[in-house]
Each structure stands twice: as structure tokens, then as C-alpha cells.
Design a protein around this ligand. Structure first.
Ligand code: R5P
Length: 299
């Protein structure tokens, strides 16, 4: 593992994570500089790096906004290497392409493997938060050759839920969520229940929940990510039908578009909260301190 020498290290960030980068820079007493990205009308991107290139770079970036972010990451990292950067620590709080971890049908590319080995070639150290690992247990198996810090937001989410709600019942909408929901519940000393989900299409899920536990309870649906909002909306419908007094949602990675937000509002979700792994209007749980604490172990 390579340690950070403060005299030869800078933080760079793409625009959407500029605030997080500034928070980290303040905690670490480092300078943070923006990477400028111009989007041409034909969809191509032009990346302009800061004037000064350090020998050690902490790059803070948001990889949630589709494939453009990936080509831009490639340009930033290859450009930085050309300018003499030796060691790259990528802070990517949200990691995309983690859900396609097997070929569900013949011919399907296992995106997780391809993306993981590509990221491994680009970076020396990776810091991320709660990657969606399901059939593959560790990120080290996905991203070889990179030193990885996989951080867990559950303690922050659990403590937040404990103070913001009145002894809520946490619901995880599917088996995959059990890992996050159980540790969130443990952190807040809260009750939880895991439902069963069957996905029938991008916007069509069916959920079965043991209904008896929800009557008269304030319910918070906890998921690692929400995209179209349908998983949480269907779980909420069950909760209301089962007598929940109010239903809320907390998401680690808020991939929600405006359409997804409308789906959640339509489902009468009262509070929609998220961590700031992805900049989003629902952000209420700040993970800057957790990320900074990890970076400090490298100083
Ligand atoms: C899936 O396994 C994830 O944990 C989420 O439940 C899923 O990605 C949510 O997607 P959507 O909001 O589109 O239902």
C-alpha cells in the first residue's frame, strides 16, 4: 500500500462531487481543484485537467450518471498519468455496473467483471461505499490489483434513523438488501424485516412481505439503491395495506430520476432520504467524515 505524502498530493474532482471534494480537502488540509468537462453537441466530452499535476492524486468523482462518466474517468486518469501522476486514489462513492454479476441469459456480458478489471488497470487505490455485491462477495474479487477500501454507510444511516423516527420498523425489499438492512438496524438498535422480491421487468416488481409486523408502526424502507423507484413503491403499498402509520425511504445511492421521484411521491412515501454518495436532492446523510477518516489512514 502506498501512503500519501501531503506535499505531493492534490485532490481533483469532477463538478458533481465538488462539494464532497472540498469537505475532504478541508479535513485533510489538502488543496482541491476542479477537472473541467465540456460536453460537445455530438455527445463527446472534452476534459481539461488542472494546471498542476501532483505525483499523488486523490480523484473524487461521481460515476452514477451513465456511461459518459466512464469515458471521462478514462480521459482524466490517462491524462493525469501522461502529466506525471504516479499514484491515483479514486474516491468513487458509488460504483456502477455491480448488479450484472452473472450472465442471467446466454450471451449476456458480465458487466461487473469487465468494468472491475478495467477499473483495476486504471487505479492504484479505490475508496467506495457499499457496492452492490450479491453473488460475488468481495470487491477484491471484482477489481484485482487495486488496493480497495469498501466502506459501509449502515452505522451512519442506522444512527440517523434512530434519532429521526419513532422506533421505526425497517423493511428491506429483497434478499440482497438483507446485508445493509441488518447492519443498519443493528446500528440503530431497530427492528427489521426482509421481504421477497421478484423482478419481472425494469419497472415491474412483485414483493411479498409478512404483513402482521407493520400494523401501527412507522415504516422505513431501506435499500442500497433506488432507480425507477418501483421497488420502494411496491414495498410501500404493502406497508400501508398492512396498517403502517407512515412510510418513509432511505437509500444509500440515490440514482432516482425525476420520474423515479414522482413514483415515490405517488406511493405516498413521506420522507425520501439518501446519503451523499450520489449528489441528489434527497441527500440528508453526509458521509464526508467517513471518507475523510479512511483517507487519513493513508497519510
Ligand atoms: C436491486 O437489487 C437493488 O437493491 C434495488 O432494489 C433496485 O436497484 C431498485 O431499483 P428500482 O428503483 O428501479 O426498482
Amino acid at each position: 500500500m502506498t501512503f500519501i505524502n501531503k506535499r505531493s498530493c492534490l485532490i481533483w474532482s469532477t463538478e458533481s462531487h465538488a462539494l464532497l471534494a472540498r469537505n475532504l480537502a478541508k479535513s485533510l488540509s489538502l488543496e482541491s481543484q476542479p477537472v473541467n468537462i465540456h460536453h460537445f453537441p455530438d455527445g463527446e466530452s472534452k476534459v481539461t485537467l488542472p494546471d498542476t499535476s501532483p505525483s499523488q492524486l486523490i480523484l473524487v468523482t461521481d460515476l452514477s450518471q451513465g456511461n459518459d462518466a466512464l469515458i471521462e474517468l478514462l480521459f482524466i486518469i490517462r491524462g493525469a498519468r501522461q502529466q506525471g501522476v504516479k499514484h491515483i486514489i479514486l474516491v468513487a462513492p458509488y460504483l456502477p455496473y455491480m448488479r450484472q454479476d452473472v450472465a442471467f441469459h446466454p450471451g449476456e456480458v458480465i458487466s461487473q467483471q469487465v468494468f472491475g478489471s478495467w477499473l483495476g488497470e486504471l487505479t492504484d487505490t479505490l475508496i467506495t461505499v457499499d457496492p452492490h455485491l450479491h453473488r460475488i462477495n468481495t470487491l477484491e474479487a471484482v477489481i484485482p490489483e487495486t488496493h480497495i477500501f469498501t466502506l459501509n454507510a449502515s452505522p451512519y444511516i442506522g444512527q440517523h434513523l434512530k434519532s429521526a423516527y419513532n422506533n421505526p420498523l425497517l423493511i428491506g425489499p429483497d434478499n440482497e438488501s438483507a446485508q445493509w438492512v441488518s447492519s443498519t438496524a443493528a446500528a440503530g438498535k431497530l427492528d427489521y424485516h426482509i421481504a421477497n422480491k421478484t423482478r419481472l421487468g425494469d419497472k415491474h416488481v412483485e414483493i411479498e412481505i409478512d404483513v402482521k409486523q407493520m400494523s401501527g408502526r412507522e415504516v422505513v424502507i431501506v435499500d442500497d439503491m433506488s432507480s425507477t423507484g418501483h421497488t420502494i413503491a411496491v414495498a410501500a403499498q404493502h406497508a400501508y395495506n398492512s396498517g403502517a402509520t407512515s412510510v418513509h425511504a432511505v437509500i444509500t445511492h440515490a440514482l432516482l430520476t425525476s420520474e423515479g421521484m414522482a413514483v415515490l411521491k405517488q406511493a405516498n412515501i413521506k420522507n425520501i432520504e439518501s446519503t451523499n454518495t450520489i449528489p441528489h436532492s434527497t441527500n440528508s446523510i453526509d458521509l464526508s467524515n467517513m471518507l475523510a477518516a479512511t483517507l487519513k489512514t493513508l497519510l
